[in-house]
Ligand binder design. Sequence first.
Ligand code: DC
Length: 225
Amino acid sequence: MFNVAIDGNVGSGKSTLAKELSERLNFKVLDTGAIYRGIACYYKSLYKTEPNEKIIEDFVKNIKIEIKFIDDKQHVIVNDIDYTPYLRLEETSMMASTISQFKLIRESVLSLQRQFAEENNCIIEGRDIGTVVLPNAQIKLFVTASEQVRAMRRYEQMKDKPNSPSYNEVLEDLRLRDYKDMHREIAPLKPAKDSIIIDSSNQTLEETVECCIKIIKKKYVENSN
Ligand code: DC
């Protein structure tokens, strides 16, 4: 199967990019952040305290994680509860960033991600796809943009919603999550050695998509020859 790994930091636009590419290439797409978000929701439903090694050890013992595609939309189901409506809540984002630092949590989703890649021509997006999950992916893209550009994109997405945060709050939250993702001991966010860096700070979405399509098609043709 042909696998495209897309990693990138908070607000880099990797989800939007992955979705656009998947539609144009007719590839499936797996959003792995959503899996950690689903686990975070389940954790919050069980525990009122912050996670630690001991709690996580118990927590993962009986965890069952499923991904289903309903009308082309990815659903995350943990222990038979579909958490999809709650994945994008701010409180979920923070807990996902915290919980994804634990080795046992990461191990519990590894085989699910690899199986998806084995069964589909696909784009898998996350933080450690090119480095850990799919070290042999045919294409590895690392998507980024300046902090200010990423914060402004997030702010624009949220500003008309009730209780939306200010630009400065968005920027602070983004810095905190970036720090956690990049400095954790296990599978920190970093470009794989053989990844192609896509800096979208000064590009429109269309320009970024076009640039990635060219890279992917070239490799796809080389691979089929
Ligand atoms: O991409 P996202 O914001 O939906 O991801 C939510 C959190 O999950 C993020 O803080 C980091 C974590 N994550 C991860 O550790 N590894 C991945 N492959 C994807 C996400």
